[in-house]
Design a protein around this ligand. Structure first.
Ligand code: MN
Length: 482
């Protein structure tokens, strides 16, 4: 996978540039590295590593996303004006106006502070303005954030949690809307560990075995399929088992209340072929080997998802009747799925127009965000335009944001905060009004749970209105049998 962790060295960065389809002046990239190293000289990260490892990691991620030269150089220089005495003017003098503008965009974005609805709205406004000016600024910000998350364990607990929340509530949905699903998935999994440590552990331990089992099973299918494809003369095809990301699995379990056995795409078999016609040929081969579940066959090539996703999906009964999802797509579709908007720099010329069309919504956001001064109203409106629509965001009395699925009730909120708070909940103050535990929460609600500290067990009747899988599983496990 292109965004897995790698060693942050100049050699790796230069090596990666060899695969870049854009014209790149390697010498200039090296100069930017020397420039940044000199500026950050003597500074260290919280991990104890030299500071330069951070901009280097950022640039490496951008290079792996096949972004263009100014973006990669801006990645190397992105913290220079903020963290060192070297100014933006000097960057402009040495690396030109385009690079300087990108770096300025990052500096302006600053550190997004995450607390309560006012700041949340402000952060979103800032992000959208920056995106409208130059979408590459956000891509640099994503790469920057990715490395910060990977080194998060070196920060104090409170800061860790803030950064992780902010990533889930602001960065991940935007990455999703831009179609950079590879990035979104990694950002989410890295954050999930810190925002919901209990659920993360629960899910990780309850899935490890299942993942291993399924991976082994899919590997078996892969062998059979490769043999058959070779026999039928299919060349240059890549086949591999792809584990579903943990946070995405978590959301699926929360949303649909499904048990694990109904999640067929825990590990999907992914097949990448050279041309669109090959996708259908392979589909035929797959169905010739294993019978499909008819209602699970999806042709997202003929009918792409609204967000532009293209691929063939089918679920088949493999040997011993186990169900497996198979995804078939071209390299082009795969790059699009992993890098989204960033993939346009790879196939630059032909996609310029499409890119403009895809970014139209950002322009619209910026236009009407000028019209809506009230932040609560603003966040509400954002919710209506599908970008953040799967969840609601509610608040603790301290202003921390909690992300819940649509339709969640007070008891879901209580269990999301802590198991004990769930077990001891008797009622709640929602926006300072007394309400019962079955009250359905609305976006922007501020919730305080009223507890009876002598109570130890949940009430089984709560299952009638608990919506999240986590609350339900805890109520089921901890409630007295009668
Ligand atoms: Mn940084």
């Amino acid at each position: 996978m292109p965004l897995t962790q790698a060693k942050n060295t100049l050699e790796n960065l230069l090596e990666e540039l060899k695969n870049n389809p854009n014209p790149i002046d390697e010498e200039l990239v090296q100069l930017a590295y020397v420039f940044a190293s000199a500026a950050h000289e003597g500074q260290v990260r919280k991990s104890g590593k030299p500071y330069i490892t951070h901009p280097l990691a950022t640039a490496l991620t951008l290079a792996r996303m096949r972004l263009d030269q100014p973006t990669i150089i801006a990645g190397l220089l992105h913290d220079v004006p903020e963290e060192t005495p070297v100014t933006l003017q000097e960057i402009k003098k040495n690396f030109g106006a385009e690079v300087a503008q990108l770096v300025e965009g990052i500096t302006k974005l600053g550190t997004l502070k995450y607390r309560g609805i006012e700041r949340y709205a402000e952060n979103l406004r800032k992000m959208f303005v920056a995106m409208a000016q130059d979408i590459r600024v956000i891509l640099i910000k994503f790469a920057d954030r990715l490395h910060n998350l990977r080194t998060l364990e070196h920060l104090p607990k409170e800061k860790r949690e803030r950064i992780a929340h902010e990533t889930l509530e602001i960065y991940a949905p935007i990455a999703n809307r831009l179609g950079i699903w590879e990035m979104q998935g990694i950002l989410e999994d890295l954050s999930f560990k810190y925002t919901n440590p209990e659920d993360y552990e629960w899910l990780r331990t309850s899935t490890t075995h299942r993942y291993e089992q399924k991976l082994a099973y899919v590997a078996k299918l892969q062998k059979i399929l490769e043999k058959e494809m070779l026999k039928q003369g299919m060349a240059y095809t890549i086949v591999y088992g792809r584990p579903k990301r943990l946070y995405s699995l978590y959301k699926k379990l929360l949303r649909k209340n499904k048990d694990f056995d109904k999640v067929y795409d825990l590990v999907a078999l992914r097949i990448i072929v050279p041309a669109v016609a090959d996708c259908y040929t392979v589909l035929g081969i797959v169905h010739g080997l294993w019978p499909p579940l008819p209602e699970r066959l999806k042709d997202y090539i003929a009918m792409p998802k609204p967000n532009g996703y293209r691929s063939l999906h089918t679920t088949v009964f493999g040997p011993d009747g186990e169900r497996v999802e198979v995804q078939i797509r071209t390299e082009d579709m795969n790059a699009q799925a992993e890098f989204g908007i960033a993939a346009h720099w790879v196939y630059k010329e032909k996609d310029k127009r499409q890119q403009k069309r895809e970014l139209q919504w950002i322009q619209e956001l910026v236009t009407w965000q000028k019209e809506i001064a009230d932040n609560t109203e603003y966040v509400k409106k954002l919710r209506n335009i599908d970008i953040f629509s799967e969840h609601i965001f509610v608040f603790t009395p301290k202003g921390d944001v909690i992300d819940l699925p649509d339709g969640a009730t007070v008891i879901d909120f209580a269990y999301t905060i802590h198991t004990d708070i769930g077990n001891q909940a008797t009622g709640s103050l929602v926006n300072e009004k007394m309400v019962s535990l079955d009250t359905v929460l609305q976006d922007g609600d501020v919730i305080e749970i009223i507890r009876d500290k002598n109570r130890k067990y949940p009430n089984r009747d709560w299952l009638e209105f608990a919506k999240t899988g986590i609350a339900r599983s805890k109520i089921r496990a901890l409630a007295k049998p009668f």
